[in-house]
Design a protein around this ligand. Structure first.
Ligand code: CUA
Length: 186
């Protein structure tokens, strides 16, 4: 004959295991629901602008031809900076922008994934071939920033970086004018 205390213990253990199994089932159901919901949500509402571009013909026509790269001051005084990130350089390799100006960076890649980061600022994004990455910012102080590639893009990755020169708006306008293109060379 079994000890009645053992039966009692077994009953308690069973009930407790069943409770825990129910808790686990609820947690799993919750996690799956969140996964399905967020999957559908982010498909319907993309987290930022999704802009596609044909990576194989960037250099031939359109926005990212060589003559259209670099800083362009718009009629509304804002700046648009277009950059091509490629193995293993940024084109152009030096960028000049004014302070106190809305600056929009538009970056794309003809080959592999690169990273676009301006040290000491909030500018940081991936550059994926086939897409245009767009980042908006504004520089409050003049100075110089390094702009390294921060996604491993094969053997030349370490050497892939550029510079960003921020000039006081009046100084910028004295050197480069208040409209049109500006480059580090002048
Ligand atoms: Cu480009 Cu790392």
């Amino acid at each position: 004959m079994a000890d009645p205390r053992e039966n009692l213990l077994a009953g308690v253990t069973d009930a407790s295991e069943r409770r825990w199994a129910q808790v686990v089932a609820v947690v799993v159901a919750l996690v799956v629901t969140v996964m399905i919901y967020s999957g559908l949500h982010w498909t319907a509402v993309a987290p930022s602008n999704v802009e596609t571009i044909e990576p194989g013909t960037l250099h031939l026509s359109g926005e990212f031809v060589e003559g259209n790269l670099g800083t362009a001051i718009q009629p509304d005084r804002s700046a648009v900076v277009r950059i091509v990130a490629q193995q293993y350089s940024f084109v152009p390799g030096c960028i000049v922008v004014p302070t106190d100006t809305p600056v929009t960076f538009r970056v794309t890649s003809p080959d592999v994934v690169h990273g676009f980061l301006i040290a000491g600022t909030n500018v940081n994004t991936m550059v994926v071939p086939g897409y245009v990455a767009e980042v908006r910012t504004r520089f409050d102080r003049p100075g110089e920033h390094v702009m390294p590639c921060h996604e491993y893009c094969s053997v030349g990755h370490e050497g892939m970086w550029a510079r960003v020169k921020v000039l006081d708006r009046p100084e910028f306008e004295r050197l480069h004018g208040g409209q049109g293109r500006a480059s580090c060379a002048g």
